[in-house]
Design a protein around this ligand. Structure first.
Ligand SMILES: Cc1ncc(C[n+]2csc(CCOP(=O)(O)OP(=O)(O)O)c2C)c(N)n1
Ligand SMILES: [Mg+2]
Length: 392
């Protein structure tokens, strides 16, 4: 391909070698206005859309594949915008925006095979999209009408998990099961920079390493855990923690969809081939509020937000597609039209979701009958019956 630069061959081992030494890193260190120095990371696409080759993470994409990554990112950004709007209009109780994290989620999500199992947090709308979970299902969860989810086994995508970090333990347990069943699929656990301070995540690292489980730990370091900056969360770069647990860790430019795809593919292959866990730190930024209940202007500067806007993952990929002549206006218009149709569909789909029977919430608490649940169900049933008497 034309117009590519290359970084020198890394002397450090590739993740596939199973070494616990420092994993290969991509390129120069940069400084951003108003921010601490950015460390090195693996990057295949610069913010201005220039393609860089990395010897340890080769990636060849057809025009169609490159365009489909753009399409996915635009569509999930639209899903996200609708989620925020629906919450503001009183149709959802809450929404957790993925704005700015589209490349980390679509890049890693597209690396997954259908039989790979993903364990998300509450912000992985892009991964859900890649796994084939309907956005209306996500809206239903935030509308409070589907008892928190969907069938995890339909798409190998677990329920959203709000209890910070706990899904990493579930992922390791699941991966140990895959291992014992003799399967060749991999498991991926998503979590945030804040979650990395949670004991569950560190316990998951220990178990994953001890049992050599086929699990990829994918941390989206979006620089904030609600109002806590990363500077208060770790003294050394997050990906370096992996070495202490005995598996490789890499940091990738989380706003570069190509790099996220290539690095996650390598990590999944590492896990599938019996070499155990790997940690990926996707260095990205949460452009919006933590959730619709949050006001980020109270704890971060607009200069910081603006400096990240210049690294927008969608603008970056579009710059690349234009630079290389891999997409034209007809394509961009078709994606915008598709986004409009999707927005209309998911809005009407969300509003049409039926309210559940209030008693249905007791059905999925325990596999077997539980005395306390039985008592609470009876109490609520009696309480609800009081209203129908009043009406009649
Ligand atoms: C065990 C637990 N502790 C605290 C919370 C409250 N809480 C919700 S989100 C959040 C911050 C998470 O930050 P991070 O892991 O960086 O993920 P991000 O929201 O940035 O994607 C906290 C502390 C929780 N949900 N669960
Ligand atoms: Mg965070």
């Amino acid at each position: 391909m034309t117009g590519r630069r290359a970084v020198e061959k890394s002397t450090t081992p590739t993740p596939a070698s199973g070494s616990t030494k420092r994993a290969p890193q991509g390129r120069r260190t940069r400084r951003t206005a108003g921010l601490e120095e950015e460390p090195e990371f693996i990057q295949l696409l610069t913010p201005t859309g220039e393609r860089i080759d990395h010897p340890d993470y080769p990636l060849e994409l057809s025009d169609e594949e490159a365009r489909s990554l753009y399409r996915d990112m635009v569509l999930v950004r639209r899903v996200d915008a609708e989620g925020t709007a629906l919450q503001r209009q009183g149709e959802l109780g809450l929404w957790a925006s993925l704005l700015g994290q589209e490349a980390a989620q679509i890049g890693s999500g597209r690396a997954l095979r259908a039989d790979d199992f993903a364990f998300p947090t509450y912000r992985e709308h892009g991964v859900a999209w890649c796994k084939g979970v309907s956005p209306v299902n996500l809206l239903g969860m935030f509308r409070g009408v589907n008892n928190g989810g969907w069938d995890p086994f339909e798409n190998n995508f677990n329920l959203y998990t709000i209890v910070i970090g706990s899904q990493t333990l579930h992922a390791v347990g699941y991966a140990m099961g895959v291992q014992r069943d003799g399967g060749d699929s991999a498991v991926i656990a998503y979590f945030g920079d804040g979650a990395s301070s949670q004991g569950d995540v560190l316990e998951a690292f220990v178990f994953g390493a001890s049992y050599n489980a086929p699990v990829v730990f994918f941390c989206q370091n979006n620089q904030w855990a609600i109002s806590e900056p990363t500077s208060r969360q770790f003294r050394v770069p997050l990906y370096k923690r992996a070495a202490g647990f005995g598996f490789p860790g890499v940091r990738v430019d989380g706003n570069d969809v190509f790099a996220c795809l290539a690095v996650t593919r390598a990590a999944l292959e590492h896990a599938r081939s019996g070499q155990g866990p790997m940690l990926i730190e996707a260095f990205t930024y949460r452009m919006g509020a933590h959730t619709t209940s949050d006001d980020p202007t109270r704890y971060r500067s607009s200069d910081e937000v603006e400096s990240w806007r210049a690294k927008d993952p969608i603008v970056r990929l579009r710059a690349y597609l234009d630079r290389e002549g891999r997409a034209d206006d007809v394509f961009y218009k078709s994606v915008d039209d598709e986004a409009d149709r999707l927005a209309a569909e998911i809005r009407s789909g969300c509003l049409a979701l039926p309210d559940p029977d209030p008693l249905s919430m007791f059905e999925h608490s325990y596999a077997d009958e539980h005395a306390q649940v039985t008592e609470e169900r009876a109490f609520l049933a009696e309480y609800l019956a009081g209203f129908s008497e009043e009406l009649s």
